[in-house]
Design a protein around this ligand. Structure first.
Ligand SMILES: NC(=O)c1ccc[n+]([C@@H]2O[C@H](COP(=O)([O-])OP(=O)(O)OC[C@H]3O[C@@H](n4cnc5c(N)ncnc54)[C@H](O)[C@@H]3O)[C@@H](O)[C@H]2O)c1
Ligand SMILES: [Zn+2]
Ligand SMILES: [Zn+2]
Length: 342
């Protein structure tokens, strides 16, 4: 089968590899679609990747193809989403259902073991979530681009009451789903900010109450403050120093900062140095829990969440990542091994 693999620092290749065999407790999934996440670009750019060679792709939906020894409860051809987080299952956080905060370290399908940018992927059976009637291709990004903002929003729900204002910085794969989750599950006013005009148009269409161009950061800060005064919650889905600085300058005293984007920027925190207002709370969320995956899929099933997708054939996966890097994807690029036009 074809698989798009990270082979060394900065090096990727579409390779012909054997179809993997499901071991005990595992399932072979025929990939219906896999989303191209900006985190894959960070992995490609890492100077010393720890898991190579590795098939990329951690946002997966597809159909059960074969059950490994001992697996019951799934039917062949059943449509499934893949919960990609792999915790140890035994530490205090895993036992609380928070595998995404596993104390034994960080693991994930397409991060530390082969992922879904391929025709097939093998995953532990406990990772499978029935998709019901959801479209498999549109469902794939929900496994991360939907789940991660859902979890980040849940962490700050107490500050997202009626009359409060939040800011979404970066309306890409994660951000465009964040806007919809905020509208569907909170009463907060949503201001969406991006440098790309197409992203701002999408945010407006998906229900943002206001949109702000961040090309000129000073003007963006002034405009956000005009709308919001100061923001109760700022979600940064970019993580560059430029966006962290906007977040710092617009957050209210007692407000919340949710730093989701992994852009490698720096936010100075200096008690007494007046870098941040008093009483601010900062979180660094990672992915989400299995229960939250079920909940965010339910939002999609109810029609409150629609993934804006740009489909690519598996043969064109490198082009999908090139476009993502160039900022030329609106919504989420999804790779469809069965054919983007199928
Ligand atoms: N913490 C987690 O668990 C987690 C999970 C998934 C992704 N991520 C990270 O979240 C980030 C976003 O991922 P994505 O797949 O949505 O990326 P994406 O490329 O789809 O979207 C990024 C968006 O940010 C916008 N942007 C870039 N520079 C900007 C600026 N200066 N001001 C405003 N907007 C700007 C882009 O135009 C684009 O719309 C990445 O860093 C990714 O690694 C984190
Ligand atoms: Zn991701
Ligand atoms: Zn654990």
């Amino acid at each position: 089968m074809l698989a798009f693999r990270l082979t060394a620092a900065g090096a990727t290749a579409l390779q012909d590899v054997p179809v993997p065999e499901p071991g005990p407790g595992e399932v072979l999934v025929r990939v219906g679609a896999a989303g191209a996440c900006h985190s894959d670009l960070h992995m490609i750019d890492a100077t010393a990747p720890r898991h190579v060679p590795l098939t990329l792709g951690h946002e997966i939906a597809g159909w059960v193809e074969a059950l490994g020894p001992g697996v019951t409860g799934f039917a062949v051809h059943e449509p499934v989403g893949v919960y990609g987080v792999l915790g140890c299952g035994q530490c205090a956080e895993c036992l609380r259902g928070r595998e995404n905060a596993c104390r034994s370290g960080f693991g994930g399908i397409g991060l530390t073991r082969d992922g879904g940018m391929a025709e097939f992927v093998v995953v532990p059976a406990r990772c499978l979530m029935p998709l019901g009637g959801l479209d498999v291709v549109r469902a794939a990004p929900i496994a991360d681009a939907g789940l991660t903002p859902y979890h980040a929003i849940a962490m700050h729900r107490c500050a997202l009451q009626a009359g409060s204002t939040c800011v979404v910085l970066g309306v890409g794969g994660l951000g465009h789903l964040a806007v919809q989750i905020l509208r569907a599950t909170t009463a907060a006013t949503v201001i969406a900010a991006d440098i790309a005009p197409d992203a701002l148009a999408l945010a407006k269409r998906l229900g943002a109450h206001a949109v702000v161009d961040t090309e000129d950061p000073d003007a963006a800060v002034a405009e956000i403050r005009e709308h919001a005064g100061a923001a109760d919650v700022v979600f940064d889905f970019v993580g560059l120093s430029a966006t962290l600085d906007i977040a710092r300058r617009v957050v209210a005293t007692g407000g919340h900062l949710s730093l989701v984007g992994l852009g490698g920027g720096t936010l100075p925190v200096s008690p007494g140095g007046w870098t941040l207002p008093f009483e601010v709370r900062i979180t660094l969320p990672f992915w989400g829990t299995r229960a939250e995956f079920r909940e965010v899929l339910a939002l999609a099933a109810r029609g409150d969440l629609t993934t804006e997708i740009q489909p690519f054939d598996l043969a064109d996966v490198a082009t999908a990542y090139d476009r993502l890097r160039a900022g030329a994807i609106t919504g989420r690029a999804v790779v469809v091994p069965g054919g983007a036009r199928a």
